[in-house]
Design a protein around this ligand. Structure first.
Ligand code: UDP
Ligand code: MG
Length: 313
C-alpha cells in the first residue's frame, strides 16, 4: 500500500457545525497537492453529532481518513498525541477543527519542510480572537520566552508541520501533561516559522474555559522550566537575609533605646504579604508534585473506544 506523504491531524471536540466545511475545504487543498495523504481525526469525547459526521467522512474516503474515537474528553494535546501514534506520513500537519486555521495555508508549511526544516510553526497574522485572549496570550508568550528555552513566536497557533522523526520523539516521550508545539520545538534541529492567516471561529464557541487555559499554561511552564521553583528559592534566600539584618538591628536597638511596640500594623502588613508569597510558593511546588504524581501512576494517557482505520489499496 502507498505510504501517505502528508498526514493531517485534527482534534475534534463538539465541532459538528464546522466539520462539513472543514472536510470539504481540506480535501480540496490536499487533492490539489497531487501527493498521497491521510487525515486523522480524533473525536475527543464529543457530546454532539461530531462522531456521526466523522464516520461519514470515513465512509466517503475510507483509504484516506482515520477516525480515533476516545472514550471521553482527554484534551486537545492528548487527542493530537493519539493521532501522532498512528500517523504514517513523512510530514505531519496539525490543524484546529474550527476553521480558525485555514486549510489553504497547508502548502505554505509543506514548502518550508521541503526547504529542509524539521519543525515549522505558524504564527497568526491579525489574530481573530477576543482582546482578552490576545493580550493574555501576548503576556504568556513573553513569560515563556523568558523562563523556558522554547523559542517560538506564537505558542497558541496549532497550524504546524513536523517531520516524521520529530513526531516519533514526541510520542516516545510518554508525558501526560504536555504541550506539543513546545515539545516539538525542543526536539527540532532546524525549526522555522511562517506567517499564516487566522479566521474567527466559524461556528460554536471556544472549548477552552479560562480555567482550562490556565491549566494548559501551567503544563507549559512546569513542563519546560524549573524557574518558578528557583524564583521561590531565591526570594526565600533574600527575605531570610533581610530578616536577619532586621533582627540584628532590633537587638542592638533594644540594648540602646529599649523595647518598642509601635508599628504593629506595618509589621502585620509585611507578615501577610510574606504569608501570601509562602502560600503561593506551596502552590507552585504543588503544581510540580501533582504532575509528578500523575506521571508516576502510569495510568493510560487516553482511552480509545474505537478506531476506524484507513483501508489498504
Ligand atoms: N479540542 C479538543 N479537546 C478539548 C478542547 C479542544 O479536541 O478538550 C479541539 C477543538 O475541537 C479544536 C481545537 O482543539 O479543534 C482547538 O480548540 P478551540 O478552538 O476551542 O480553542 P481556541 O481556538 O479557543 O484556543
Ligand atoms: Mg479555535
Amino acid at each position: 500500500m502507498t505510504k501517505p506523504y502528508v498526514s493531517v491531524v485534527i482534534p475534534v471536540y463538539n465541532e459538528q457545525e464546522n466539520l462539513p466545511a472543514l472536510f470539504s475545504r481540506l480535501t480540496a487543498v490536499l487533492d490539489k497537492l497531487g501527493k498521497p495523504f491521510e487525515i486523522l481525526f480524533t473525536n475527543d469525547g464529543s457530546r454532539d453529532h461530531s462522531l456521526v459526521l466523522l464516520q461519514d467522512f470515513y465512509r466517503q474516503r475510507p483509504k484516506q481518513v482515520c477516525v480515533i474515537d476516545f472514550n471521553g474528553n482527554f484534551g486537545q494535546h492528548m487527542a493530537i498525541m493519539a493521532a501522532f501514534e498512528r500517523a504514517r506520513g513523512e510530514v505531519i500537519v496539525t490543524l484546529d477543527a474550527d476553521l480558525q486555521n485555514p486549510p489553504e495555508e497547508i502548502p505554505k508549511l509543506l514548502a518550508a519542510i521541503e526547504n529542509g526544516h524539521d519543525v515549522v510553526g505558524g504564527y497568526r497574522k491579525d489574530r481573530q480572537d477576543s482582546w482578552f485572549r490576545r493580550y493574555a496570550s501576548r503576556l504568556l508568550n513573553v513569560i515563556r520566552e523568558r523562563t523556558t528555552r522554547i523559542r517560538m513566536r506564537d505558542q497558541g497557533c496549532m497550524l504546524r508541520a513536523y517531520r516524521h522523526n520529530i513526531v516519533e520523539h514526541i510520542t516516545a516521550s510518554g508525558e501526560t501533561c504536555t504541550f506539543i508545539p513546545a515539545l516539538a520545538t525542543s526536539f527540532a534541529a532546524h525549526p522555522a516559522e511562517v506567517e499564516v492567516e487566522h479566521a474567527e471561529r466559524a461556528a460554536g464557541t471556544s472549548k477552552y474555559s479560562l480555567y482550562k487555559l490556565i491549566r494548559l499554561n501551567f503544563d507549559l511552564m512546569t513542563g519546560f522550566s524549573m524557574m518558578p521553583l528557583q524564583l521561590f528559592t531565591l526570594f526565600g534566600i533574600l527575605t531570610s537575609a533581610g530578616s536577619l539584618l532586621f533582627v540584628i538591628y532590633l537587638f542592638i536597638r533594644r540594648l540602646i533605646v529599649g523595647p518598642e511596640a509601635e508599628g504593629v500594623f506595618t509589621l502585620f502588613a509585611i507578615l501577610y504579604f510574606l504569608v501570601g508569597v509562602g502560600i503561593m510558593g506551596l502552590g507552585v511546588i504543588g503544581e510540580y508534585v501533582g504532575r509528578i504524581y500523575q506521571e508516576v501512576r502510569r495510568r493510560p494517557r487516553f482511552i480509545v473506544r474505537e478506531i476506524y482505520e484507513p483501508l489498504d489499496d
